[in-house]
Design a protein around this ligand. Structure first.
Ligand SMILES: [Zn+2]
Length: 476
């Protein structure tokens, strides 16, 4: 007789398949557009794990990072997603990340990776001093500047996205309904998302116009306030080398950008923002609600969901590490940096109170500060985020309605969880979540329902703001 159970806790392959095929699976953040621009990666074609770019297409970067620096990591950095492997994993859609300057990313990651190279050669480096010098030398400002000035990068990635739209197995998701339709039609749906408002150019007025153009013409549906550097909006939450200040508030420009995005229906993504910035960004709608009540005193409170598309949970990171007997102060500087990539409890609560969602990454480095780690860590982060929200008595939303999925596949993450090959291995994540005793209905919410609900709510809120005529700057 054929055995039905594949592991000790009695989770059958059928059960996993059933969840992955019946759930609507939307990954809030994947980055193949960067590889499409850098290496000529063709997202619509199937790739094997030993695929390499052609010799003249930045092959050196591929070889240096994938085969030298991170050679002992599980499928490092990129080549995790294409439409074929996504479909095999049960995907129905994804947000396709775009960064402003892959050139600057190269430089940054270069510097960052130097630490890995030193570590491998057993050479002790004072990373803190490097970090301080990096800041003092003005290098971080210079990086931010070239990052911002590289206008072509964003346009190139956007062009790649619109090439993808021509593929018959792909549809552009302009609304959540398009994702549900894609599932019906066995297609993959997606929209582009921008990392960092420093991608916007010119005066405030011009930048606001660009948000509208990116939404209407580009099809962009979210913008993160930051990427790997601070900018005119405020501080980033995780800078690879330069120290970041957690409590720094959002600048006035940052608040105005959040307000503008709310009005346009462009989701505000806080995946890379510091704690102070996250709390301020979530509070922008309090001011909007005050203005609404001035216009219409009987109006109900308007919740405008903000999201964190690909992130982690700091408390879970701590739990995973203290279970291993490691104290926070004993972390290496790199591990401390990884820790800051995760959201603070207050940030998780603030996002959940807006009805927003928090997507957990599939990067062991962000989940536990090491290059090796299994899918049980992902489950721990998901459960901890759920618990923090459930424990927040001021939050009108339940934890199971705010957890989400944002792998960061192809996002230059040093490794993916042990056992996974690529996006096609998503069944293993389902298995890990079931083992962690997450109910199948909750897993389905996490995979896509929650995000699609939050997206729909953000669009409805934008309509409401426009109907009330709240389209100007904050009234002082
Ligand atoms: Zn990112």
């Amino acid at each position: 007789m054929k055995r039905n159970h594949d592991n000790a806790v009695g989770i059958s392959r059928e059960e996993i398949l059933n969840i992955n095929s019946s759930a609507i699976i939307f990954d809030m953040h994947i980055d193949p557009l960067v590889q499409a621009t850098l290496f000529g990666y063709e997202i619509e074609k199937e790739h094997s794990l030993d695929w390499k770019p052609e010799f003249w297409k930045n092959r050196w970067a591929w070889v240096l990072f994938r085969e030298i620096v991170y050679h002992d990591c599980n499928n490092p950095l990129f080549n995790h997603v294409d439409l074929f492997r996504m479909r095999r994993g049960g995907y129905n859609g994804a947000a396709f990340g775009m960064v402003c300057s892959p050139d600057a990313t190269d430089i940054l990651i270069n510097i960052f990776s130097t630490l890995d190279i030193f570590e491998k050669m057993d050479i002790e480096v004072d990373a803190e001093t490097i970090g301080e010098n990096f800041e003092k030398s003005g290098l971080s400002k210079w990086l931010a500047a070239i990052w911002t000035s590289n206008k072509g990068a964003l346009a190139n990635q956007l062009a790649k996205f619109h090439e993808l739209v021509k593929d018959e197995s792909f549809i552009q998701a302009k609304t959540p309904e398009d994702v549900y339709q894609a599932k019906e039609d066995s297609k993959i749906a997606g929209f582009p998302g921008v990392e960092g408002v420093h991608c916007l150019q010119g005066s405030q007025e011009e930048q606001f116009r660009q948000i509208e153009t990116l939404f209407n013409d580009g099809g962009v549906r979210y913008i993160t306030l930051h990427h790997l550097t601070g900018n005119d909006a405020g501080e980033c939450g995780y800078c690879p080398l330069a120290p970041t200040d957690e409590e720094t508030c959002l600048k006035e420009f940052g608040k105005q950008v959040v307000r503008k995005m709310h009005q346009v229906g462009m989701m505000v993504d806080l995946a890379h923002t510091n704690k102070g910035g996250i709390l301020d960004a979530c509070a922008v709608q309090d001011r909007l609600n005050e203005e609404i009540r001035k216009i219409n005193p009987g109006e109900e409170h308007l919740s405008i969901p903000l999201i964190a598309s690909h992130t982690a949970c700091r408390a879970a990171f701590e739990e995973i590490n203290s279970n291993n007997g490691i104290k926070l102060e004993d972390y290496s500087l790199r591990k401390q940096h990884a820790y800051f990539r995760g959201l603070h409890e207050a940030s998780i609560s603030a996002i959940a109170r807006t009805g927003g969602v928090i997507g957990v990454m599939l990067s062991p480095f962000s989940l536990r500060g090491e290059h090796k780690g299994g899918l049980e860590d992902v489950a721990k982060h998901v459960l901890k985020i759920k618990e923090i929200i459930d424990d927040d008595t001021e939050c009108a939303f339940k934890g199971e309605d705010c957890i989400a999925f944002g792998s960061d596949f192809d996002g230059w993450i040093p490794s993916i969880p042990t056992g996974m090959k690529d996006a096609s291995s998503l069944g293993l994540l389902t298995e890990a979540l079931l083992k962690a005793k997450l109910h199948s209905d909750v897993i389905k919410k996490m995979y896509g329902q929650n995000f699609l609900r939050a997206w729909g709510d953000a669009l409805k809120a934008a309509e409401k703001l426009r109907a009330l005529g709240l389209t100007g700057e904050t009234q002082k």
